[in-house]
Design a protein around this ligand. Structure first.
Ligand code: SIN
Ligand code: MN
Length: 266
């Protein structure tokens, strides 16, 4: 029997993902995520987003849910998702060590009302707010809804993962006392505005558009953002950040639903 054309083994797919990740700071992982688990998680995120709980964050000045955090700590479906082999294998391959879940969040970006995420690097938050020693972590994004051109898809600047943390020369110590500044549309550790024009000129931009179930992974230092949602379609994306077990933060004081204190390997 001749081999099925275009069939790629999981090992090849992982190798390809690792290659892209190293080169451009992000990769798409072309593996199907179990549809039943994804549907269950999507439903649970919708239910949790309607609860008045501290881990549910709203758009500024509104009661529209912007995101939910840390549900993997108490919800069975979310806990199963972060432990799924497909995600853990990808995270271990990209980081090169055993991993635990550092952060879990779903950013909902409601139709017409979901607000932007300014240009930033995640590692700036983890370094300054939590004392994460080095960027030996990876965020895996799974689309819960389709992300398309008009509903504010994530966009990244290829190659900026090599730049380290970009700070303005006049930067004052701006460690925040309010964790809500780390998850609002007015971010506490945004890339300095004076650097953005040069970055946009020098680094190609990629948009993470794709159907529900699309899996992408991106580096803690890659510069990324997303715009307001101008469309009638919600853009809900799940973000699971895996950290190396050897890279636990030194002064994590933010709430447990933002920085999971359980560093045991998955
Ligand atoms: C993030 O950068 O953490 C999220 C961006 C988005 O949801 O578009
Ligand atoms: Mn981010």
């Amino acid at each position: 029997m001749s081999p099925v054309k275009n069939e790629v083994s999981n090992a090849d797919t992982l190798t390809r993902a690792a290659f892209d990740y190293q080169n451009q700071g992000w990769c798409e992982y072309r593996q199907p995520f179990p549809a039943d688990l994804l549907a269950e998680v999507k439903q649970r995120i919708e239910e949790i987003s309607r609860l008045r709980q501290p881990e549910v964050v709203y758009e500024d000045g509104s009661d529209v849910a912007r995101g939910v955090h840390g549900c993997h700590r108490y919800d069975e479906a979310c806990a199963a998702l972060v432990r799924s082999r497909i995600l853990v294998d990808l995270a271990e391959t990209l980081i090169g060590s055993r991993v635990y879940v550092y952060q879990f969040k779903a950013n909902i970006k409601a139709a017409r009302e979901g607000r932007e995420w300014p240009w930033h690097q995640d590692f700036a938050f983890w370094l300054h707010e939590d004392g994460m020693p080095s960027p030996d972590a990876v965020t895996i994004a799974i689309n819960l809804d389709e992300a398309h051109e008009s509903n504010g898809p994530l966009r990244v600047l290829d190659g900026t993962h090599r730049l380290g943390v970009l700070e303005s020369v006049s930067r004052k110590e701006n460690r925040t006392s309010n964790w809500k500044d780390d998850v609002s549309s007015n971010l506490s550790h945004a890339v300095p505005p004076e650097l953005i024009g040069g970055l946009l000129a020098d680094y190609p931009m990629s948009q993470f558009t794709g159907l529900p179930g699309t899996i992408t992974a991106f580096h803690p230092c890659i510069v990324h953002s997303s715009s307001n949602n101008h469309s009638n379609d919600r853009r809900s994306i799940l973000f699971v950040t895996y950290n190396s077990v050897d890279n636990a933060p030194t002064h994590a004081t933010r709430p447990d639903f933002l920085v999971d204190p359980d560093t045991s390997p998955l």
